[in-house]
Design a protein around this ligand. Sequence first.
Ligand SMILES: [Zn+2]
Length: 361
Amino acid sequence: MKKLLLLLFLFLPFTNALSQSRKAENLIVVVLDGMRWQEIFAGADSAIINNPLFTKDKKQVQKQFWDSDPVKRREMLFPFLWEIIATNGQVYGNRNLKNEVNVSNPFQMTYPGFSEMLTGYADPAISSNKLVVSKSENVLEFINKQKGYEKKVAVFATSDLFPFLLDRQNSKLFINSDTDTLNFTSKESKLLNEMQKLTTKPTTERPDILTYFAAKEYLKVFKPKVLYLAFGETDAFAHQGNYDQYLETAKAEDNMIAELWKLVQSIPQYKNKTTLILTCDHGRGDLIKEQWTSHGSKIRDSGQIWIAAIGPDTKALGEVKMAGNLFQAQLAATMAAVLGFKYQPKTHEAMKPIFSIFSNN
Ligand SMILES: [Zn+2]
């Protein structure tokens, strides 16, 4: 009996403390498609800037993004990430400091990456970017079934793969991707639909700025508790070998994330109750510099990624300088854990969450 009491004494206050102190009720995840960790941690790459095959306007790129100090350089490219998230949150994946984040799928491309991130494992059935419907339960579907979160999960994406990955027909998740229009009647949504109809497409999909504004408008009107926002342009411009625009887009997306964070901090539902996670779906080549444009199982280093997080339960560890190794597959359970849920999909076993992102103890 004494032993039991002691156990209760040790165990109960701890579990209560964990559940009672958790402040996050909302989650925003933003994914920058194929954004390399090399630029995240060291800014623009001089070898690529100096190659006229990839950089059209070297002077302009240098003016905007170059400083001999890599710390200044990365702040020029990602001001919000380095001024706000790195000060108040966490940034993982600087391999120069032996802090590594990797995908666990062997394919190192978009659909397998997003699948791993959202299902919590490397699904062998998703081995290419072919648009097949995923049969694995994903964490967004899982959260959307939890009490208080029903119909409160929204996905906005530039790529058209999400209706397949998230099985739109059966999961009933709200998904707006590529050519989907906004079917609500505010002035702004009508304007966005018109812009989407008339826009040029510098890549094959809708511009990220439209994905962003669609998400922002939806958030203002419907106040989802979970917003998953997947941009596509960084990957598309990299495949084009267009370093100027890859950098421009990366900076524009950092600015969009900053604006979104400012907006949520002005809305009572979200203020100090929202966790933001940033990441990418895969890396790109680096060892052979010309391979920066590409990724996939044959491109070395393209399984190397990064993760950043900020939120009321996320300690301010800054740029994580400890040796360590995290995996993309851990993000699914992490997204659930941020909101106090244990992600246990019925279709497969998911990897464990990243404790340091959601635990403020
Ligand atoms: Zn990708």
